[in-house]
Design a protein around this ligand. Sequence first.
Ligand code: ZN
Length: 252
Amino acid sequence: MTLTALISDIHGNLPALDAVLTDARERGAERYWCLGDVVGYGAQPAECLDIVRELNASMIRGNHEEAVLRGPLGFNPLASQAIRWTRDMLEDHRDSLDYINSLGVRIDHSEAVLVHGSPAQPIDEYLFREDTLDHLPRDRDFSPKLARCFQLIDRPCFVGHTHVPGVIDEGLTWVEPADVANVYDTHSRPCIINVGSTGQPRDGDLRASYALFDGRSVTFRRVDYDVHAAAALIFAADGLPDRLGQRLLEGW
Ligand code: ZN
């Protein structure tokens, strides 16, 4: 299979996206799958959307695309304010709004499924490491949330949304990238792989996150980028809360 770069949760962070794409190209990526939330939080949503479109990426809708179209229902005040700002920015880019509106919520490639949140609720269900802790071995029904997700996939499934990279395997165990030296072999079996966030990592590691997939194994990548430049753009944007820049510098 063509080496594919999986990118998620860019969130309008163009310096991070540029750094990830440079790294992916250097490693031989020839195809791009994007798991949604290209916009929201960051200062350059239209620019990031243009790049994703130019990549001809397989692209699905995230909860922030949904919120730009339908309003920030259920969003916290910080995120809501960013969505209103983003919507205002994109009003001048009608083709970007049309593009967002054209996006589906799930893509089934022969090698893997793509959703933003989870197979059960593609746009907005979070699958956390903690969800793997409430089951007993050999009793899958004990974790109905994850069991339901695994019933809906028959191959590896890539997700984003939590901004924390890792894998939930068929045994409903959480696998940290560090546990497997950043390379996870799917054995082409069902599993749920979170590629982390390119534009707003929340695991305390400020570097942009993405993954490479060769059809069987997944390589988790972290890439340095100019996080101060990305934060400065947010500080300078009239209408974006400063805390959204500050969190990039702190990794939450
Ligand atoms: Zn997100």
